[in-house]
Design a protein around this ligand. Structure first.
Ligand code: IPE
Ligand code: IPE
Ligand code: MG
Length: 239
């Protein structure tokens, strides 16, 4: 690490676009699903590493509103992985004290998966360790539209006046209500775009792009991203 420890800043909130599972599998002549399986293992490890590095909030993009366009067998494989993940996390979160929440519109997911998500969110709600968010059927534009609908209903019913809609109140209707904005956004696999991930929340985040494929991502890579963040000067429009 280049800087002295006392100057070293660890972001409170890191969000990750976990990309490159398919290419990782292809390189090994494996089915894409194998990349997703390995990717899910990496998520578990990175949760531990993030907490050990002092990160408070970690948010990962697991399935976008656009990912439904993939072939049915891949979508099914991803949903089954998420099913397994929710079940496994129930036991794990009680051991590692992690609080898990899901971002996105889960109402279109299979009923049993919705049920597992609710169970996990409720069971881990009081945990005081890492606050871990998984974005499933998440799209940033969709999130903003859903928030606008909730706000419009309140205005229609006379419970909120248009003048009271500020950036702060608007944030409270997003899926990330109550969470600080991510200081750092990481995307793996060399793609230089944000793919509809947290457009409102990352308005002032630093972006770290790496060519490493998600299934190869590890603690060292996470430290590299935090080193990069430490090299940036955050100005927020000032000089
Ligand atoms: C990211 O890996 C995982 C999901 C989008 C669910 P990809 O499946 O997008 O992997 P590539 O981009 O095809 O390599
Ligand atoms: C973004 O990755 C979505 C997730 C990581 C869940 P994609 O691989 O789906 O994004 P595009 O299609 O390359 O933009
Ligand atoms: Mg991809």
């Amino acid at each position: 690490m280049a800087k002295k420890p006392e100057e070293y800043r660890v972001p409170r909130h890191v969000c990750i676009i976990m990309d490159g599972n398919g290419r990782w599998a292809k390189k090994r002549l494996l089915p894409r699903k194998a990349g997703h399986v390995q990717g899910a293992r990496v998520v578990e490890q990175i949760c531990e590493d993030a907490w050990n590095l002092g990160i408070e909030y970690l948010t990962v993009y697991a399935f976008s509103t656009e990912n439904w366009q993939r072939p049915k067998d891949e979508v099914d494989a991803l949903m089954n992985l998420l099913r397994k993940y929710m079940k496994d996390s129930l036991a794990r979160s009680s051991k590692n004290n992690m609080r898990v929440r899901v971002l996105g519109d889960i109402s279109v997911l299979d009923e049993d998966l919705q049920q597992s998500i609710r169970e996990l969110e409720e069971a881990s709600a009081q945990n005081t360790g890492l606050k871990f968010q998984v974005a499933i059927n998440y799209g940033g534009r969709n999130e903003i539209v859903r928030a606008t609908r909730k706000i419009s209903e309140l205005v229609r019913d006379g419970k909120l006046s248009p003048e009271d809609i500020t950036e702060n109140t608007f944030s409270e209707y997003l899926d990330t209500a109550g969470m600080p904005d991510p200081e750092l956004m990481i995307r793996t696999s060399g793609e230089l775009r944000t793919s509809n991930f947290l457009p409102w929340q990352i308005a002032y985040s630093e972006f770290y792009f790496t060519n490493v494929l998600w299934p190869d991502f590890d603690k060292k890579e996470l430290e590299n991203a935090i080193d990069f963040y430490n090299g940036r000067e955050r100005r927020f429009g000032g000089i």
